[in-house]
Design a protein around this ligand. Structure first.
Ligand SMILES: [Zn+2]
Ligand SMILES: [Zn+2]
Length: 264
């Protein structure tokens, strides 16, 4: 497996420059993973499949889904792509490299775990601030336009919020000066995590059933369906920050009531 990945990587670095891989390559990888993982949930919602695993009984209209996709494509091309092009020199200064051999798996996985923890911490506080009156009204309300989220709404946000989220995502890699392979793997896992958190479905195989302290779709769906002053559940990946600062109390209360209602 490692040899297969290394030969694929060798192909990339002999056919493309480091700049092309780090900017356009990162953009294309992000778009592919984001839309390929998010679009199936839109289809499920339209077709009504797996409805017993749907968290909310409400569904989005076709127009609402389409508006989300068009706006996302516009923001990805006009905000994400220029940021990726412009941030290459910064990453280069911080030690980004594309050379072989690829870093050992223990280094890759330790760095990615660090990125997840740092991003979750920054996201928690940034997200809490975004729920103050002025910032919510002028910035964060865009992300909350969809009270019944579906996978692609994970990146549906005001450009200022896209920049903040981007900062929280790339600070870890910038600090550790990673190999581009590590950066790509981190980005893929982070996109899959946030798409799942917004997917609107809680399956028996959802990661939150198996990974301790992992938030997942049920945890974040609650954040979208209640009034912004009461939402809580501000973390992106884990649950411990909300537990530590008591911002998950409403969620656990509602979850307990839902459990009681099911049993009676
Ligand atoms: Zn929010
Ligand atoms: Zn959200």
């Amino acid at each position: 497996m490692a040899a297969f990945i290394e030969s694929g990587w060798e192909y990339l670095i002999t056919h493309f420059s480091e700049f092309q891989l780090a900017s356009v390559g990162t953009f294309l990888l992000h778009e592919s993973v984001f839309f390929l993982s998010g679009l199936p949930f839109m289809v499920l919602e339209r077709a009504g499949f797996f409805s017993k695993y749907k968290i909310q009984s409400k569904s989005n209209t076709f127009d609402a889904q389409g508006r989300c996709v068009l706006r996302l494509m516009f923001y990805h091309i006009c905000v994400n792509l220029p940021v990726m092009l412009a941030s290459y020199p910064v990453f280069k200064r911080m030690g980004l490299r594309t050379t072989l051999p690829l870093p050992p798996w223990d280094v890759v996985l330790t760095q990615i775990l660090f990125y997840f923890i740092l991003e979750d911490f920054l996201f928690y506080w940034g997200h809490r601030v975004l729920h103050t009156k002025w910032l919510y009204k002028h910035v964060h309300s865009v992300h909350h336009e969809y009270a019944t989220p579906f996978g692609l709404t994970s990146e549906y946000a005001h450009p200022a919020e896209i920049l903040f989220l981007g900062f929280a995502t790339i600070l870890g890699p910038a600090l550790t000066g990673p190999h581009l392979f590590t950066l790509w793997l981190w980005m893929v896992l982070r996109v899959l995590e946030t798409v799942e958190a917004h997917c609107g479905y809680q399956f028996p195989w959802s990661l939150s059933h198996y990974i301790p302290l992992y938030g997942g779709s049920h945890f974040h769906d609650y954040h979208h369906r209640v009034l912004y002053t009461k939402s809580g559940n501000y973390s992106s990946t884990f649950t411990y920050m909300d537990w530590l600062y008591g911002t998950d109390k409403g969620y656990w209360k509602v979850k307990a009531l839902e459990g009681d209602a099911k049993q009676s």
